[in-house]
Each structure stands twice: as C-alpha cells, then as structure tokens.
Design a protein around this ligand. Structure first.
Ligand SMILES: NC(=O)c1ccc[n+]([C@@H]2O[C@H](COP(=O)([O-])OP(=O)(O)OC[C@H]3O[C@@H](n4cnc5c(N)ncnc54)[C@H](O)[C@@H]3O)[C@@H](O)[C@H]2O)c1
Ligand SMILES: N[C@@H](CCC(=O)N[C@@H](CSCO)C(=O)NCC(=O)O)C(=O)O
Ligand SMILES: [Zn+2]
Ligand SMILES: [Zn+2]
Length: 383
C-alpha cells in the first residue's frame, strides 16, 4: 500500500484545552511500530466519556489530545510482529485491550487487561512511551488507546477486534462502547436471571442497552428512572416496563422503588455517573440479595457512600468496565449477533453528521433526543 511506512497527514479533531471547541487540524500520524496497527477510521460516534474527559474532570485527561473511543475502520498498515490483523481487515478499536497473556487476562475473573494500560492512561504508545500523533512537530496525546476522532489512528495490536467485513461500519461502530457496556453489565456483571425485577437509572444509550439486556434475560419488570420524562416513550422499545421521574416524588427515590417492589429490586444499574444516584441505586435493592452495578463514570474527586449496614444485610455493590466483555474475542461475537438481528444497534443512532461537525455533535449530546451521533470521517466536507 502506498502509505505503508509513511507518515500520513489527515484530518483530526484536536482538543487543545479542556472545554474549548475541538479544532479540525491537519495531523501527522506516524507509521505503526512493532506490535501496533494503523487504522483508517471510517465512522466514529461520541460517548459521554469523551465529553467527561474533554470537560477536564477526568484525572487521566491530558491535553492536547485526540478523543474518541467508539468507532470502526479498516486496517491501513501493521507494525513488525503483528499477526492477527492485516491491511484491509475491518476492525473495531477497543479501549479495553485483551492480550490473553497478562495476569488479568489469564485470571478468568475479569475483562480488564494489564498489557498496555499504563501507556493508554497517559496518552502514549507502550513501546517507546511516545505519541504517534503530531501537529507541526508538536506531539498530541492519544486517548484511551483509541483516539478515533482522527481519520487515521495508531493502536496497540491487543486493542483491535477483527470483525466480519459484511457488517456495516456506520452501524457497528457503536459496538465499541455504549451498547456492549449496557448489555454486558446485565449478562456478564450482574448475571440477571429470568423473572428478576430490574431498576435502570438513566435512560441514555447505556441505560437503554441495560434495559435491552434485561429484557433478553427474561426480567419480569424493568423500571426506568430518569429526570427527563421525555425519555420514557422511547425506552418502552428497549424493554422498560415502568417509569419513575424522581422529580415527581417527595420521598427519596430509593424509598419509592422499595415501596413499589415489595422490598426492593433484584438488580439495579447506575448509568449516569452521579454518586448520589449510585447510593440510591444500591439502597433500592432488596435486602439479602439485591445487587447494584455502577456503570456511570463519576468526576474526579467524587466518592460513593452508604451505611455499611446496607452491605451487611446482603446487598452487593459492583462496577463494570465495557460490560465485562473481553474485547478482541467478544466484539466480533457482538457484531455477529447484530448481523443476526439478535441485538439492536440502529435504534440507538439518532443523528448522522461528519467530522467537520464534531462540535455540533457534542452540543447534541446534551439534548434529550440524542442517543448516538455517528460521524462520517471521510465525507467531502471534512477535507
Ligand atoms: N463503565 C463503562 O464501561 C462505561 C461505558 C460507557 C459509558 N459509561 C458511562 O455511562 C454513563 C451513561 O452514558 P450515556 O451515554 O448513556 O449517557 P447519557 O447522558 O445519554 O444518559 C444519562 C441519562 O441520565 C439521565 N439523568 C441525569 N441525571 C439524572 C438523575 N439525577 N436521575 C435520573 N436520571 C438522570 C439523563 O436525563 C440521561 O437520560 C456516563 O457516565 C458514561 O461516561 C461507562
Ligand atoms: N480515566 C477515567 C476512567 C473512566 C472509566 O472508568 N472508564 C471506563 C470506560 S468508560 C467508556 O465510556 C473503563 O473502562 N474503565 C476501566 C479502565 O479505564 O481500565 C477516570 O479516571 O475517571
Ligand atoms: Zn464510552
Ligand atoms: Zn492482558
């Protein structure tokens, strides 16, 4: 391929400073080194974790950087020693790596992988602790090991899931984060059983995917909780059976839910990133067995609290990253489930824009109607 081994200059959205509009820049993307893969990103979406880091509240947030972690593309070139993917393969970059060899991967107890996490947390590549991105010679940090708001990105080989090439990349890009996170929180982390009563706090993409997963698991009641009542109608299509707006109740929301469910729910999921709601989500669980899963990402300095008695009396507090899915082995499986019409993806896409419109796409995220906005990375107006 003509670009192999060459620096590629392409368009990328650079976050120069927290909360300042992203700037579309001509970015130089260095060739992949040993164990690295350069990917042409065709479609990316925006997740609330991008907005969180951009806001400056992420303790791991470094600037300038290229954000983005929910995307799909095609391998452009690979570095020395890369055997699992080759140029032309269709892939989804994965912020949660899977090396298969580290203590985490071998434990069988977690989807977290330790191989490259020390580099991805500080915006560099593992081999030389340097960035592959620069603008006029100034290095730009990577983000979450993915940096998908660029037409080309470089990732570690352990962070690339090879997928069926018939899958539409403008749809399956969503399988890079939010939808798997919600489904996996139910299937892998909580392991919800048929007949369970489930409460979902926050009816954005992640919360709706929790509802979808709970419905598939055979939950008998799926209670959706959101401060925006406009979210309720749409949520019915994802399996939510009842709705509560905390603003319409005088009692604490956990009390309202305990009263409605003969003592509490079997499983609850916090899909917002609000530590007060995390407490409510735990405390609305049934004594003796109720399990609450933290999915939302809370800002730096925020801490959770509850009376230890809540745990002494049998409630369980858990958290999940990427829904507990092992990325490289299970993202292709999720893509196949989508192709077989066993999971929704299209239904979470409310907007389609281009890279040039990325700041508008961030604005849209704060509007109630928006779930996921897919950006076409190589549309003519990006040039
Ligand atoms: N753990 C992970 O691996 C992982 C993966 C993806 C996203 N996340 C996190 O999950 C969270 C949800 O992501 P999303 O994309 O669905 O976000 P979103 O903003 O689309 O959805 C959040 C919903 O919560 C509602 N809400 C806000 N405050 C509320 C309150 N006090 N009570 C009830 N409802 C309230 C909002 O109206 C909105 O509908 C974010 O914090 C994101 O960073 C975590
Ligand atoms: N840097 C953040 C970490 C936030 C966080 O928890 N990220 C999730 C993924 S959110 C995707 O939208 C995650 O996978 N965490 C595990 C990991 O990062 O290894 C902070 O410090 O707050
Ligand atoms: Zn995300
Ligand atoms: Zn590993």
């Amino acid at each position: 391929m003509a670009t192999q081994g060459q620096v590629i200059t392409c368009k990328a959205a650079v976050a120069w400073e927290p909360n300042k509009p992203l700037i579309i820049e001509d970015v130089q993307v260095a060739p992949p080194q040993a164990g690295e893969v350069r990917i042409q990103i065709l479609f990316t979406t925006l997740c609330h974790t991008d907005a969180y880091t951009w806001s400056g509240k992420d303790p791991e947030g470094l600037f300038p950087c290229i954000l983005g972690h929910e995307a799909a593309g095609i391998v452009e070139s690979v570095g020395e020693g890369v055997t699992e993917v080759k140029p032309g393969d269709h892939v989804i970059p994965c912020y949660q790596a899977e090396c298969g060899e580290c203590k985490f991967c071998k434990s069988g107890k977690t989807n977290l992988c330790g191989k490259v996490r020390s580099a991805t947390g500080v915006g560099v590549m593992m081999s030389d602790r340097q960035s592959r991105f620069s603008v006029n010679g100034k290095p730009i940090y990577h983000f979450m090991g993915t940096s998908t708001f660029s037409q080309y990105t470089v990732v570690h080989d352990v962070s690339v899931a090879k997928i069926d090439p018939i899958a539409p990349l403008d749809k399956v890009c969503l399988l890079g984060c939010g939808v798997p996170t919600g489904l996996g929180a139910v299937w892998n982390t909580a392991k919800v059983e048929a007949g369970s009563i489930v409460a979902v706090f926050g009816l954005g993409t992640v919360g709706l995917a929790v509802a979808e997963g709970a419905k598939a698991a055979g939950a008998s009641r799926i209670i959706g909780i959101d401060i925006d009542s406009n979210k309720f109608e749409r949520a019915k299509n994802f399996g939510v059976t009842e709705f509560i707006n905390p603003k319409e109740h005088e009692n604490p929301i956990q009390q309202v839910i305990v009263d409605l469910t003969d003592g509490g729910v079997d499983y609850s999921f916090e899909c917002i990133g609000n530590v007060s709601v995390m407490r409510a989500a735990l405390e609305c669980c049934h004594k003796g067995w109720g399990t609450s899963v933290i999915v939302g990402v809370a800002a730096s300095g925020q801490e959770i609290s509850t009376r230890p008695f809540q745990l002494v009396t049998g409630r369980v507090w858990k958290g999940t990253a990427f829904g507990g899915f092992k990325s490289r082995s299970q993202v292709p499986w999720l893509v196949n489930k989508y192709l077989n019409k066993e999971i929704k993806v299209d239904e979470y896409i409310t907007h389609n824009l281009t890279l040039a419109d990325i700041n508008n796409a961030f604005d849209l995220m704060h509007e109630g109607g928006c779930l996921r906005c897919v950006l076409a990375m190589h549309a003519r107006d990006n040039m």
